[in-house]
Design a binder for this molecule. Structure first.
Ligand code: SR1
Ligand code: MG
Length: 422
């Protein structure tokens, strides 16, 4: 994989896309009507890619194309087109284990054009927008917990045979450019005066300077950077924030896994928890009625608790029933030491995973407040003083999670802790 743009690659636009698609769409996928009459709109609002909605008379699809640079930064920040290849392949593996109930269907992938077409999710809305709007979703925690359990268990050495698992490690090791973005933006830059950092200034200037001097917190951040770089436990989504999930009242889909690689399970879990906690602290910026604000914050804490509990319960069940996977082998546990020993091994496993997830949640919160890529939950709060006060409270929780995660043995403790910083 290299940074070079393949011959034949050209970024498409709303005018050129229909003619390109005519020759590419699989025969069974008919949009209906004449290509020149298809309605095409570019709707990408993420940091990296072009995203088009293409609407024919019978069917609508989504087309996603990588650019040879970071869209949010411009051409000065070059980035390999291979991310489309990794995203396509992560979606494929995720769909194999979590199913198309939780992962969108992909119709085709074109390596030279760094493009793929997939299911149009309708009437789904990005979860982050729904959290900002204060909407609740009955099945969300069950769906995200299940997605995490199925993808992480089945691609780990506990659930997958060693040969297949090592093949995933080898394949996704080549997604190093996207990993480097995470290594820089999450684990390193928030902890020094990096050029790309972008916090609410001057309101948070002193708070941010305190972070740069906080040796205790920085040492933990560096420990977890090393874990991120070296612990190839399972295939991660790699960017599991509330902008990577689309929801309706009854459906949840996890999208955008271009940062996917074989890494520590706690990274995905912590990323999601961190984003729920940012929704929690940003709430006063979106809801002035105190009772409604508290009610929604309680809902967000329930989401944290239930997502974790659902994850653990499904992961444990998959583990109890497993037939392959050389870690914690069936020969030793199911057929040997017995269920008590297995339960003991699982208890220790989940305790470590919870601690690591809480640290990662704190690191995700810090980077969204201090670093390059902020989140709308905070950034779109117009009253800058109110925004800074929300962010400051979030930074307090982030620090506690990073430095003292081991003290919180039960996910329900996080709700109590979060409330103390309000
Ligand atoms: C340059 S990319 C910045 C951020 O956007 C993505 O969604 C990831 O979260 C990444 O860290
Ligand atoms: Mg994304």
């Amino acid at each position: 994989m290299s940074n070079t743009v393949p011959t034949g690659y050209a970024p498409l636009n709303s005018e050129s896309l229909p003619a390109y698609l005519v020759n590419k769409l699989p025969d069974q996928l008919k949009l209906g009507g004449n290509p020149e009459d298809w309605k095409v709109s570019e709707v990408g609002d993420g940091n990296l890619n072009l995203v088009f909605i293409v609407e024919g008379t019978d069917k609508t699809i989504v087309v996603k194309q990588a650019l040879p640079y970071v869209r949010a930064a411009g051409e000065s920040w070059q980035l390999s087109l291979t991310r489309a290849y990794f995203e396509y392949n992560v979606l494929d593996v995720e769909a194999r284990f979590a199913g198309h109930g939780l992962v969108p269907e992909v119709y085709f992938y074109d390596k030279n054009m760094a493009i793929f077409a997939m299911e149009f999710l309708h009437p789904h809305i990005i979860l982050r927008k729904e959290l900002i709007a204060g909407n609740k979703f009955a099945g969300l925690a069950e769906d995200v917990g299940l997605f995490l359990a199925k993808t992480l268990f089945n691609t780990s050495d506990i659930g997958m045979n060693a040969e297949d698992k090592k093949a995933l490690v080898s394949m996704f090791a080549a997604n190093h450019e996207l990993c480097k973005i995470t290594e820089d933006l999450i684990f390193t830059e928030p902890y020094f005066d990096a050029e790309r950092n972008n916090w609410t200034s001057p309101q948070l200037d002193e708070d941010v300077k305190r972070v740069w001097q906080d040796q205790e917190m920085i040492q933990v951040a560096m420990k977890y950077k090393f874990k991120f770089m070296t612990e190839a436990q399972a295939l991660l989504h790699g960017d599991l924030h509330s902008g990577s999930i689309m929801v309706t009242e009854t459906d949840t889909k996890v999208i955008d896994p271009e940062f996917g690689f074989m890494g520590p399970m706690a990274f995905d879990i912590g990323n999601y928890i961190g984003n729920l906690m940012m929704a929690y602290y940003s709430r006063p910026g979106w809801e002035s009625d105190e009772i409604k604000c508290r009610d929604y914050q309680e809902y967000l804490l329930e989401q944290v608790t239930t997502t974790w509990q659902v994850f653990v319960s499904h992961f444990r069940q998959l583990w109890d029933e497993k037939e392959e996977g050389e870690a914690y082998p069936v020969e030793l546990y199911q057929n040997g030491l017995g269920s008590e020993a297995l339960a003991q091994a699982q208890k220790a496993f989940f305790a470590t995973l919870l601690e690591d997830s809480l640290v990662n949640a704190g690191l995700e919160m810090n980077r969204r407040i201090i670093g390059f890529a902020g989140v709308a939950d905070f950034k779109d709060i117009e009253d800058v003083e109110l925004r800074a006060s929300c962010e400051r409270k979030a930074m307090k929780l982030a620090r506690e999670l990073i430095v003292n995660a081991a003290q919180y043995r039960n996910i329900a403790d996080i709700g109590k802790l979060a409330n103390t910083y309000l």
